[in-house]
Design a protein around this ligand. Structure first.
Ligand code: DX5
Ligand code: ZN
Length: 221
């Protein structure tokens, strides 16, 4: 399985985002952009205007993780801003299939995210409409939190659901991922690994990304 590394801009220096992106541009596969509304999660970050402003500064796939209430109201703005992957939380959207179809109709990959405390069964009706599932391995809102260990079993479970249904759905994992925690989540079936502090918290970002890649590769080999 190909592993893609997605540095999360949340842990970058917000005073110089374009320069920060340049430090991961060659080594990363995806750029993870955390959108928070101070309502669904207790923090505020960026919106579509910033995503749009950053878009010309990078060729990386832009992955917008919407940690916001009523995400459907903003999907078109993120599509217009240049998002190529958009995830919405299962806890926030009563009309999941409609929201996912809206994302896909704009040409982006559609994902559903689940918090660590959310029942996996809640994905059941939506997974057939997803290109990826985002499994939170911390409670969302902040970077630099400790990886929640039972997330590994949850990834395995979702991976099994995908296999049993014969779907081609990627699993993305987000929260507390570094070279130590990455091998287990990759072995469980995650193929897109988000890493905020483990990348932007390091001086040499390319080396930090490669360290995660190598750790996963060593276990998979
Ligand atoms: C947390 C965000 C994450 C965050 C991960 O709510 O969704 O993307 O940036 O940060 P780390 O990798 O430091 O746990
Ligand atoms: Zn995220």
């Amino acid at each position: 399985m190909t592993i893609r590394i997605a540095p999360s801009l949340l842990s970058a220096d917000f005073a110089k985002l374009a320069e920060e992106i340049a430090t991961v541009e060659a080594a990363a596969d995806v750029l993870h952009l955390d959108v928070m509304d101070g309502h669904f999660v207790p923090n505020l970050t960026i919106g579509p205007a910033i995503v749009k402003a950053l878009r010309p500064h990078s060729k990386l796939t832009f992955d917008c993780h919407l940690m916001i209430s009523e995400p459907q109201r903003y999907i078109e703005s993120f599509l217009e801003a240049g998002a190529e992957m958009i995830s919405i939380h299962v806890e926030t959207e009563p009309h999941l299939q409609r929201a996912l179809q809206l994302i896909r109709s704009g040409g982006a990959k559609a994902g559903v995210a689940v918090n660590p405390g959310t029942a996996i069964e809640s994905l059941s009706a939506a997974i057939d409409f997803c290109d990826f599932v985002l499994v939170m391995s911390v409670n969302p809102g902040f970077g630099g939190q400790k990886f929640i260990e039972p997330s590994v079993a949850r990834i395995r479970h979702i991976s099994q659901m995908i296999r049993e249904r014969g779907l081609s759905v990627d699993i993305e994992v987000d929260g507390g991922i570094d070279a130590k925690t990455a091998p287990a989540v990759a072995a469980a079936g995650a193929s897109i690994l988000v890493a905020g502090s483990a990348v932007f918290g390091q001086k040499d970002r390319a080396a930090a990304i490669e360290a995660i890649r190598t750790a996963v590769g060593v276990v998979q080999a």
